[in-house]
Write a protein that binds this ligand. Structure first.
Ligand SMILES: C[S@@+](CC[C@H](N)C(=O)[O-])C[C@H]1O[C@@H](n2cnc3c(N)ncnc32)[C@H](O)[C@@H]1O
Length: 216
C-alpha cells in the first residue's frame, strides 16, 4: 500500500483559513446528503463498493460517513478536520472541492501529482466552475476560491498528471483521471477505431468513442 507522510498541523501554514470552506451538508432522510460530485461518481459507476476509496480533504466528513453507512470501503483525511501523520492510498481517491480553495498554483499541482500517485485506479476531482468568467477571489470569510473553466481543469489534469492519466469529464466541474495501465478495451468495441489522435484533447474524445472501461 502506498503512503505519504503528512506534515503535522500543515494547516497552520495556510495563507487563508481554508478549513472554513468545509460545510456540513443537509440531511436526506436520516442520512447526510452526498456532495454532488460524489453522487455523480456513484451514479456513473466510477466509485463502487468493490473498490477501496480514500476521500482526501474530506472536510467535516459527510461523504465519508454516508459511504461507510452504505457499505463502501472508505477512509479519509483532512489536514484540519481529520488530521493524521500519514495517509495510505486506495484504489480510488476523491479530491472534492479542495483544489479550488488552495491559493498557490504550484501547491495545487503538487497535490494533484501526489494524490494521483496514491491511488491505483480512479482519481475523482471536483472544483468550483465559472465557465463564462473563470476567476479567483477572496471571500467575506477571507477564504480563497478559484473558479475554473472546464477546459482549463481538463488541461491542468492532463499536463500535471502526464501520459499515465486518462482524463474524462463526468459533468461540469467533475472529472476523473484514471491510471492508463488499468484500462482495457471492451472486446468488440474497437471496430471503428480511429488513427492516432494528434492532441491530448482528441485522444480524450477518441478514448470515449472506443468505450474504454476500467478493469478490476
Ligand atoms: C470546500 S472544503 C471540501 C470538503 C469536502 N471534500 C466536501 O466536499 O465536503 C475544502 C477542504 O480542503 C481542505 N484542504 C485544504 N488544503 C488541503 C490540502 N493541501 N490537502 C488536503 N486537504 C486540504 C480544507 O481543510 C477543507 O476542509
Amino acid at each position: 500500500m502506498k503512503t505519504i507522510q503528512i506534515e503535522d498541523e500543515s494547516w497552520r501554514n495556510w495563507k487563508t483559513p481554508r478549513w472554513k470552506t468545509a460545510i456540513a451538508r443537509r440531511k436526506d432522510g436520516d442520512q447526510e446528503q452526498y456532495s454532488s460530485p460524489m453522487a455523480v461518481a456513484i451514479a456513473k459507476g466510477v466509485i463502487d463498493r468493490n473498490h477501496t476509496l480514500f476521500d482526501y480533504g474530506c472536510g467535516r466528513g459527510g461523504d465519508l460517513r454516508r459511504l461507510q453507512l452504505n457499505g463502501y470501503q472508505v477512509d479519509g483525511f483532512d489536514p484540519y478536520w481529520s488530521p493524521r501523520g500519514s495517509v495510505a492510498g486506495a484504489e480510488d481517491l476523491s479530491l472534492i472541492y479542495v483544489l479550488n480553495v488552495i491559493e498557490d498554483a504550484q501547491e495545487r499541482d503538487e497535490l494533484l501529482r501526489s494524490v494521483f500517485g496514491l491511488c491505483d485506479r480512479n482519481l475523482l476531482v471536483a472544483v468550483r466552475i465559472d465557465n463564462s468568467n473563470p476567476h479567483e477571489e477572496v471571500t467575506s470569510k477571507q477564504t480563497f476560491q478559484k473558479y475554473y473553466a472546464d477546459d482549463e481543469l481538463a488541461t491542468i489534469l492532463e499536463d500535471v498528471l502526464g501520459r499515465e492519466a486518462i482524463v474524462r469529464k463526468l459533468k461540469t466541474g467533475i472529472f476523473v483521471a484514471s491510471h492508463r495501465h488499468r484500462l482495457t478495451v471492451i472486446p468488440g468495441s474497437v471496430a471503428g477505431a480511429k488513427s492516432k489522435p494528434a492532441t491530448a484533447k482528441a485522444e480524450r474524445s477518441q478514448q470515449h468513442d472506443l468505450n474504454l472501461r476500467l478493469v478490476a
